[in-house]
Design a protein around this ligand. Structure first.
Ligand SMILES: [Mn+2]
Length: 318
């Protein structure tokens, strides 16, 4: 059942022990949302714990440095920025049918929870969390502001993606007023890379393939190649936007082999093409210009399937 902000506030006020679930391969928005809400609820003297299937990459550690670690039995389970139970991962799968409230901004949210609040117009789930915290009458301090700013900035690609609205900027500006250090956050999120990430970029440039008269660019990276660089999977997200950034490219795709014959695809598109529609045909989803899916099989067949799908959109032959 759909709920509004007022109902969410009542639910939060009327419970005391919360788990907040985040999605696989956690990003700034799922973590920023979860920890902002966690900090706000802890200010109201509630017990809160944030859970993630995967180890949280070191670069996000500033988000939770002041979160209190508490042990308790959950009575109310929330998910933030999770579009489907598949994205909870194996370890959190036990909560799949136990989520009480889902807070999200993905258009194709599968409405798996008992209650949900989904706003596809929000650039980041953190924008929704901002409204919730305001309605809870919790004062936004530096730590909460840092979490909310990080989620909005990362989900908008530092305010450059099509989803960034004047509201995104306004909330971000307010977070800066509350102490969020925009310079340091953005430097860490966008302008800091490891040597392994640089090696990955070098490899990605070498392996880029163009098709459909330069309108499609695809990068396929095998597990062997990624292992050779010694890069952690959580550090590979940065290259997803690379193919789409090339002049004339309308659809950019990166395929990374996570385990033998299992590929994670990231699709980035021009605003005239719906990336989430492409990905939904392969059982995935996401946003209009940025989406993804997981696909299993021989890489040549996978490539062919993807190209057939793209041929329908761009017309012509690969
Ligand atoms: Mn998000």
């Amino acid at each position: 059942m759909e709920v509004d902000l007022k109902e969410i506030v009542d639910l939060l006020n009327n419970h005391n022990n919360f788990y907040i679930l985040t999605h696989l391969s956690p990003d700034g928005d799922t973590l920023g949302s979860a920890y902002a809400l966690c900090l706000a609820l802890q200010k109201l003297n509630k017990n809160v714990k944030v859970l993630c299937n995967d180890e949280i990459p070191e670069k996000y550690s500033f988000l939770y440095k002041d979160v209190k670690l508490q042990n308790f039995k959950p009575e109310f389970i929330i998910s933030t920025d999770v579009a489907d139970t598949k994205l909870l991962g194996d370890k959190l799968a036990i909560y799949s049918n136990k989520v009480d409230l889902c807070i999200d901004h993905h258009v194709l949210n599968s409405k798996f929870a008992d209650l949900w609040y989904i706003d596809p117009n929000a650039a980041a789930t953190c924008e929704i969390i901002f409204s919730i915290i305001n309605n809870l009458n919790v004062e936004i301090d530096k730590d909460i502001a840092t979490c909310i700013y990080t989620g909005i900035s990362t989900d908008t690609g530092c305010f450059r993606h099509i989803n960034a609205t004047s509201k995104s900027y306004r909330i971000a500006a307010e977070m800066i007023d509350h102490g969020a250090d925009a310079f340091s956050i953005n430097r860490l999120m966008f302008d800091t890379k490891t040597k392994a990430q640089l090696e990955l970029e070098r490899l990605a440039i070498e392996k880029i393939e163009f098709s459909f008269e330069g309108k499609c660019a695809m990068i396929i990276l095998t597990k062997d190649e990624l292992d050779k660089i010694g890069i952690k999977d959580s550090d590979t997200n940065g290259i997803s936007s690379m193919p789409r950034g090339i002049k004339g490219v309308l659809i950019g795709i990166t395929l990374r082999e996570k385990e033998k014959n299992v590929f994670k695809a990231s699709v980035r598109t021009d605003e005239t093409i719906d990336a989430s529609m492409i990905c939904s045909q392969f059982g995935g989803g996401g946003h209009k210009c940025a989406a993804g899916f997981i696909i299993q099989g021989c890489i040549f067949e996978i490539k062919e399937k993807i190209q057939d799908c793209i041929a329908k959109i761009l017309g012509g032959k690969a």
